[in-house]
Design a protein around this ligand. Structure first.
Ligand code: SAM
Length: 224
């Protein structure tokens, strides 16, 4: 199994009802049902065409009885009195993920969120921190030359430092080869930004500080 999917599944808890938002092909939901991680799956997608792939996949595996499939935006397809325990949102932009969480009334009742944003990871961490969520796990995995951030989240206040917001909520998770490779790439990007910023630009201080923090972490994990 591919690293991204393997980590998403590892971060899923054994829960009665799981929603897979933006399910597309339905592979995540299929693995959850086949491995009995959840009893009932609600697979959703904003695109009817994408959702049809999941409908076909569950039918092919005779799992229709355990999977409800719904077209719609985010968690708007969940009824007010419907009990859901766990939500996965993977492969969608970080700002879109924030909207989905914000627009859902029952967000604080969800026992476990598994989030894999395609971008805006720092903004997502800041949003979660500001809105009373705790990031339990926060890792970087590499697949096909791309880095993916995968988080597990629950309700509860957490005070992240600026370093945690930018570089990962779990300091212990920095000690991996994949994290180190991601950090090296991140440093190169910051150096490039700094090189191209005009002198006296107000963002110089912010990015210089970012680079200083990144280099500090690099030094801490140099033995990895
Ligand atoms: C790149 S695929 C990810 C598929 C799967 N979640 C995964 O990680 O392998 C993104 C899917 O999310 C759907 N999507 C994007 N925004 C959405 C939203 N606001 N609500 C529901 N589905 C959405 C897209 O139609 C697409 O099928």
């Amino acid at each position: 199994m591919e690293k991204r999917m393997e980590t998403i599944l590892k971060f899923c808890e054994s829960r009665p009802v799981t929603v897979d938002v933006g399910c597309d092909h339905g592979y995540i939901g299929l693995a959850l049902l086949q491995n009995k991680i959840t009893n009932h799956l609600i697979a959703t997608d904003i695109s009817e065409k994408s959702l049809q792939k999941a409908v076909d996949l569950f039918a092919e595996h005779n799992l229709q009885e355990f999977a409800s499939t719904r077209v719609g935006d985010g968690l708007s397809v969940i009824k007010d009195d419907e009990k859901i325990d766990q939500v996965i949102i993977a492969g969608i932009g970080g700002l879109e993920i924030q909207h989905i969480i914000k627009d859902f009334k029952g967000s604080k009742k969800i026992k476990n969120w598994v989030l894999q944003p395609m971008n805006e990871i720092q903004s997502l961490r800041e949003f979660l921190n500001r809105n009373g969520f705790t990031i339990k796990q926060d890792v970087v995995v590499k697949e096909d030359e791309k880095f993916y951030h995968i988080l597990s989240v629950c309700a509860g206040k957490q005070d992240l430092t600026e370093i945690q917001k930018s570089f990962g909520a779990n300091i212990e998770s920095y000690n991996t080869v994949e994290y180190k490779l991601w950090l090296i790439q991140k440093c190169k990007k910051i150096e490039e930004i700094l090189k191209n910023l005009p002198k006296n630009n107000e963002k110089i201080k912010y990015f210089s500080n970012c680079l200083k923090n990144a280099n500090k972490i690099k030094e801490q994990i140099k033995g990895v």
